[in-house]
Design a protein around this ligand. Structure first.
Ligand SMILES: [Zn+2]
Length: 336
């Protein structure tokens, strides 16, 4: 897949930082060892010296064979001694070599002129990060989700309380995140504002990222306007946002319905969900709107087709953000 020049540049910089880090770590290890064992420092110096001598002997040609054989023996015995020192301190044999994040390419990003898989992964991650930056959403945890804000009083006779219902939603989302795979089903989180939809979808995102999946979380207005810009400015070939959001392992679209609805945005939303469903890739959508409000915004046919592809998860209760604001006010008043 093609990426923009900025993505390549950012990924190259990250790779460069990896190499610098490797060098610094090696320097640290060397210093630590040489502090403990001056003999190890001496051996390292002698080893470097013998290889220079070996190179010189070849060029001079005079009795080169015997000379090289002698140096080889010398070299072997030094290596052996160094190994023994390392093992005495409990250090591994490769302690004085550079350690790489990717052993295949030694963190160069290339193998015989071909791009290494680690560089491909880095490019993909970088493209995702850049896309995730367009919506100001930060990842959250399940543990920070408090059920205290949900009433234990049933909304109607014989119906469960918001507290009970949200306990189930929380457990369901935890399990979804725990079992998450590219085969997970798609969902729509529905309910009024401030009921924790964004919180739980970002907690799922965090878990999926921790498991190594490529996750994109964006707000509907941000992603739709980006797609629209790319489509109509003819930049779609370089930016590739559409392809990136189609290919990611989990796509989270927050706040569906708050975007400015155009013919383009309606068909874009439908296409995203439809293409990802066909490719069996999970999508999570959250919206403050009811089915009737969605139908009004997008058309009954589009919404029923979209809803048909998603499992509905209902969020209930009263706006937590407002409750928290009220609490803060009360505390302030109480404190004078
Ligand atoms: Zn590599």
């Amino acid at each position: 897949m093609g990426y923009t020049r900025e993505v390549y540049q950012e990924a190259e910089e990250k790779m460069e930082r990896r190499r610098i880090y490797n060098e610094q770590q090696l320097e640290k290890r060397r210093n630590l060892l040489f502090q403990r064992s001056p003999r190890a420092e001496q051996i390292t110096y002698e080893l470097a010296h013998t290889s220079i001598l070996a190179a010189r002997a070849v060029f001079e040609g005079a009795e080169a064979k015997t000379e090289i054989a002698k140096l080889k023996l010398q070299n072997q015995s030094l290596q052996k001694e160094l190994k023994e020192i390392l093992s005495k301190f409990g250090f591994p044999d490769n302690y004085l070599e550079e350690w790489h994040k990717c052993e295949k390419c030694g963190d160069t990003g290339n193998i015989d002129g071909k791009m290494c898989t680690c560089m491909k992964t880095l490019l993909r991650e970088t493209a995702y990060e850049r896309l995730n930056r367009i919506s100001p959403l930060s990842l959250s945890d399940f543990d920070d989700f408090s059920l205290d804000y949900y009433s234990k009083i049933p909304v109607a006779e014989g119906r469960p309380s918001p507290y009970e219902m949200m306990s189930r939603v929380l457990a369901f989302c935890r399990k979804y995140a725990y079992d998450f795979s590219v085969a997970s089903h798609s969902m729509i989180f529905q309910g009024g504002p401030g009921l924790g939809k964004t919180h739980l979808s970002l907690a799922i995102a965090k878990n999926a990222i921790d498991k190594g999946y490529g996750v994109i979380y964006v707000s509907a207005p941000a992603i739709l306007s980006k797609l629209e810009n790319e489509r109509f400015s003819g930049k779609s070939n370089t930016e590739n946002t559409e392809q990136i959001i189609m290919e990611c392992d989990l796509l989270i679209i927050d706040d569906l319905g708050t975007e400015f609805t155009t013919k383009f945005s309606v068909s874009a939303i439908y296409n995203i969900i439809n293409s990802r469903t066909i490719a069996s890739k999970p999508t999570i959508i959250s919206t403050n709107l009811s089915i009737a409000e969605l139908q009004e915004k997008y058309s009954i046919r589009t919404i029923s087709r979209i809803i048909g592809m998603l499992d509905r998860v209902e969020f209930v209760g009263s706006d937590i953000r407002q409750q928290k604001r009220r609490e803060r006010k009360t505390v302030r008043n109480y404190n004078g």
